[in-house]
Design a binder for this molecule. Structure first.
Ligand code: URC
Length: 300
């Protein structure tokens, strides 16, 4: 190959956003699992790009069909297990597939209550956030990163912000009582693939919420770190946690022109611009695994 030749770099391909609803109807009490699954293969696909030779190309249509067939044959169970099964299948079935990325969002439903009783087969979309998972197979190693997105939280007190530097452009008043609101996107990386992912996900989410509520916040940065610290302390199988949180500013409305006092009661919920606070919380000295994060959107 001569210097200056044009060659193919990193690539992956697959079917994005396979919307999958699995109904488990072995008894009159049905269960539903609702996912949006993306499958992307990596491996030896050079000739498909450079010569139009598709002999290695597992069609994206086949990848989509596999998602639905697996839902029938093995069920979902948890998004993480489902994605691990998909990835393992493609790597083991096709020599040219050396790895890939399998991702899912999952949406929660709860039963509709009728006459005080949960209905057998009628549901209402619920959930305060969307659950997310990314499984990657890289050099024979499985990386599992789970998370939540769109989890909107608010504290009406118990939040301060002061002590920041002031220069000629600073107008923000110091405060020892403000509204703190955010929409959490969080990801955490597991060190194992044989966990009860549903149970751990529920427990991590509950701990995230309770820590947000109970930490007396001196800044959103501090709240994020405390959430990460709580999660890593409680779950030894989680190696690190990343969070991306807009600071959804609630601006005190000046009611003085109307002769009214505003004692932290009336706010303008501003939508932009917003502070954007992002942080990783990790165990000191633990090995870094950048390949697990490379395709998780929005993180440095
Ligand atoms: O929690 C906060 N962190 C900041 O960095 C910041 N900056 C700002 O203007 N308000 C806030 N609030």
């Amino acid at each position: 190959m001569a210097d200056g030749d044009i060659v193919l770099g990193a690539n992956q391909y697959g079917k994005a956003e396979c919307r999958l609803v699995r109904v488990t109807r072995d008894t009159p009490v049905h269960e539903i699992e609702d996912l949006n699954v993306t499958s992307q293969l990596r491996g030896e696909f050079t000739l498909a790009h450079t010569a139009g030779d598709n002999s290695h190309v597992v069609a994206t249509d086949t990848q989509k069909n596999t998602v639905y067939a697996f839902a029938k044959e093995r069920g979902v169970g948890s998004p993480e297990e489902f994605l691990l099964a998909l990835g393992t299948h493609f790597v083991e079935s096709f020599e040219q597939v050396t790895g890939g990325r399998w991702a899912a969002e999952s949406y929660a439903w709860r039963r509709i209550t009728v006459d005080g009783r949960p209905h057998d087969h009628a549901f209402v979309r619920s959930g305060e956030s969307v659950r997310t998972a990314v499984v990657q197979l890289v050099d024979g190693q499985a990386h599992v990163v789970s998370g939540i997105t769109g989890c909107t939280l608010l504290k009406s007190t118990g939040s301060e912000f002061h002590g920041f530097p002031r220069d000629r452009y600073t107008t923000l008043a110091e405060t020892d009582d403000r509204v703190l609101a955010t929409s959490v996107t969080a990801w955490w990386r597991y060190t194992r693939t044989d966990l009860d992912f549903n149970a751990v996900h529920e427990a991590v989410t509950a701990l995230l919420l309770s820590t947000f509520a109970s930490v007396h916040s001196l800044a959103l940065q501090q709240t994020l770190f405390e959430i990460g610290r709580a999660v890593l302390t409680a779950f030894p199988d989680i190696a690190e946690m990343r969070m991306s949180c807009p600071n959804k500013h609630h601006l005190l409305v000046d009611l003085a022109p109307f002769g009214l006092e505003n004692r932290n009661e009336v706010f303008h919920a501003a939508d932009r611009p917003y502070g954007l606070i992002e942080a990783t919380v990790q165990r000191e000295g633990a090995p870094q695994v950048p390949e697990a994060w490379a395709t998780v959107p929005g993180f440095c």
